[in-house]
Design a protein around this ligand. Structure first.
Ligand SMILES: CC(=O)N[C@H]1[C@@H](OP(=O)(O)OP(=O)(O)OC[C@H]2O[C@@H](n3ccc(=O)[nH]c3=O)[C@H](O)[C@@H]2O)O[C@H](CO)[C@@H](O)[C@@H]1O
Ligand SMILES: C=C(OP(=O)(O)O)C(=O)O
Length: 417
């Protein structure tokens, strides 16, 4: 696996246009097979999770063409209902092909999904809902063999507003017979994007973005043209980079309303923020400030995906921040690495106390997942001296050429493959 070589001390600033959202485009790619027609997606990010998705779609029999940021998917001739273990193991969102394939083909066969190792990540909520809607599931050698001779709408009560389970149920229900209601549904902007895409393809969905989503099954969907919304986590990552390095950043394409909690933290940390309709302007303070508490949670609470980068930022803030990770039980693996760079963080179970220090120093550190990699890159930019961040492939899952973007903005980041 490759690594990044970062020379700290530069200031991240200037102008940057945020890419399309990883967590929005991945479910939409799975959903495209429900259309059974040609789908055109605009603003598609060039990240490895998208490339893996394209391989899955091709494996199933779709034709795909990526020209610039425009992706065309023709799913008219799907023949297969099975996805190889290798592909499924590469990313978390491969589990969404279960709902999409069952909706389209009434059959699906795939293994346990991969993705970031940040906790146990079971799929019990997905499977229980599927069974209620008429899917017969047999697990053999860690492979799920699923069949749905008749898909029937149902009232599903989610014990937890799981993003993936809400998406999978949506995918399964759009072509089921009758009405499906998802209670305690996830409300993330990525759910809203998926519902909008499916609606553009002819689905009848109501209430996305609220805890109750209703779906009236339809017989057939059709193709559509759809623009992938901006990546609120990528946006937050760049804002943190500027905030930690004393920069001024004008971020095009970022909409305040979808990243309120992250912006609130940056404001509390002393950053100057100004908003336009689809842009955010940040000016870093002379010294970042801390002395507040922060807990991750399902949207609209503070996003767990921003926790590692915000923790990285707070290592340099004056004061102490008590952070709680309520979503994933093992999402503090970046802490030990940040401490190698001079950070002072103490972890007790799902809580971490971040005691701000004056400065970080370069070290050899290792990313263990996508966002821990981003967090370490940010720390490296702000640190004195050179840092080696191993595990670049994790970062490339969700950021498009992050080394080039950060270098363009004034950092010194080199990817060594
Ligand atoms: C590709 C994608 O969009 N990934 C996002 C998605 O992941 P993902 O869809 O995996 O996250 P979930 O919302 O499902 O998981 C949240 C919590 O619910 C638990 N759970 C989930 C499903 C289930 O059947 N049983 C169960 O117990 C998980 O272990 C976790 O503790 O939402 C997460 C929470 O915002 C984000 O961090 C991920 O970036
Ligand atoms: C956890 C993440 O991704 P995934 O669910 O794809 O592993 C993430 O994007 O931070």
């Amino acid at each position: 696996m490759g690594y990044y070589r970062v020379t700290g001390g530069g200031t991240i600033g200037g102008e940057y246009t945020v890419r399309g959202s990883k967590n929005a485009v991945l479910p939409i790619l799975a959903a495209s097979i429900l259309a059974g027609d040609e789908v055109v997606l605009e603003n598609v990010p060039h990240i490895t999770d998208v490339f893996v998705s394209l391989e899955i779609l091709e494996e199933l029999g779709c034709k795909t063409k990526l020209e610039g940021r425009t992706l065309t998917i023709d799913s008219r001739n799907i023949e297969k209902t099975e996805i190889s273990e290798e592909m499924v193991g590469k990313m978390r969102s491969s589990i969404l092909y279960l709902g999409a394939l069952l909706g389209r083909m009434k059959k699906a066969c795939l293994g346990h999904p991969g993705g970031c190792v940040i906790g146990r990540r079971p799929i019990d909520l997905h499977l229980r809902a599927f069974e209620k809607m008429g899917v017969r599931i047999r697990e053999e050698n860690e492979i799920f063999h699923c069949e749905a001779p008749l898909l029937l709408g149902y009232h599903i009560y989610l014990e937890y507003p799981s993003v993936g389970a809400t998406e999978n149920i949506l995918l399964l229900s759009v072509k089921a017979e009758g009405t499906t209601v998802i209670h305690n549904a996830a409300r993330e902007p990525e759910i809203v994007a998926l519902a909008r895409f499916l609606r553009a393809c002819g689905a009848e969905i109501y209430g996305e973005g609220t805890p109750t989503i209703m779906v009236e099954g339809v017989r057939k969907l059709h193709g559509a043209v759809f623009e992938v919304p901006f990546d609120r986590i990528e946006a937050g990552t760049f804002l943190c980079a500027a905030a930690m390095t004393g920069g001024k950043l004008y971020l095009h394409g970022a909409e305040k309303q979808y990243m309120e909690q992250t912006l609130e933290v940056l404001e509390k940390a002393g950053c100057g923020l100004r908003y336009e309709e689809d842009a955010v302007y940040l000016q870093a303070p002379t010294r970042l400030l801390s002395d507040f508490t922060l807990a991750t949670g399902p949207y609209p609470a503070f996003p767990t995906d921003m926790q590692p980068m915000v923790m990285s930022l707070l290592t340099l803030a004056k004061g102490t921040c008590m952070m709680s990770e309520t979503v994933f039980e093992a999402r503090f693996r970046h802490v030990a690495e940040l401490c190698r760079m001079g950070a002072n963080i103490q972890v007790h179970g799902r809580n971490a106390a971040v005691f701000g220090v004056e400065k970080l120093h370069g070290a050899k550190v290792r990313a263990t997942d996508l966002r821990s990699g981003a967090a370490l890159l940010l720390a490296a930019l702000a640190a004195e001296g050179e840092t080696i961040v191993e595990g670049s492939a994790f970062v490339e899952r969700g950021y498009e050429k992050l080394e080039d973007a950060l270098t363009f903005l004034g950092g010194r980041v080199q990817l060594v493959s």
